[in-house]
Design a protein around this ligand. Structure first.
Ligand code: ZN
Length: 132
């Protein structure tokens, strides 16, 4: 099955919950067992899995990433967004989620997030469902 492409419009920095779109793609595929690969085709954004209950977790993660990867005057990249590139590589640009009986094997507190580190932009992510 062809990968499904999604388009989102992002703020400057945020974690956007995309769990529902991934589950809907799996459901539409008709596959009962397999893996879904969630892929982000950008170098200053990412994909992660984290808590979906308390929105303060996202706020704290963004703050923690700022502390871990601050903008530095010695960075050489002309575009001036090296901190966003570092955060993208730290989160990674894809996640693989197994599913059984048509449902992702996510824990009750787990959600899938598109991570924006250098918005606002129009962004894309892909969901590839592989049955097996
Ligand atoms: Zn750049």
């Amino acid at each position: 099955m062809e990968a499904k492409r999604f388009t989102i419009h992002t703020p400057r920095e945020d974690f956007i919950n995309i769990t529902r779109s991934v589950q809907e793609t799996i459901t539409q595929s008709g596959a009962k067992s397999g893996i879904a690969i969630v892929w982000c085709s950008h170098t200053t954004a990412g994909i992660t899995v984290n808590e979906n209950a308390d929105p303060d977790v996202v706020t704290d993660m963004l703050h923690g990433l700022d502390l871990a990867y601050p903008d530095r005057p010695e960075f050489r990249h002309m575009e001036g967004n090296s901190a966003a590139h570092l955060k993208s590589s730290a989160m990674g640009v894809s996640k693989t989620i197994p599913f059984e009986n048509g449902k992702m094997l996510l824990g009750i507190w787990q959600g899938i997030y598109f991570c924006e580190f250098d918005g606002p932009r129009t962004r894309h992510y892909y969901v590839k469902v592989i049955e097996g």
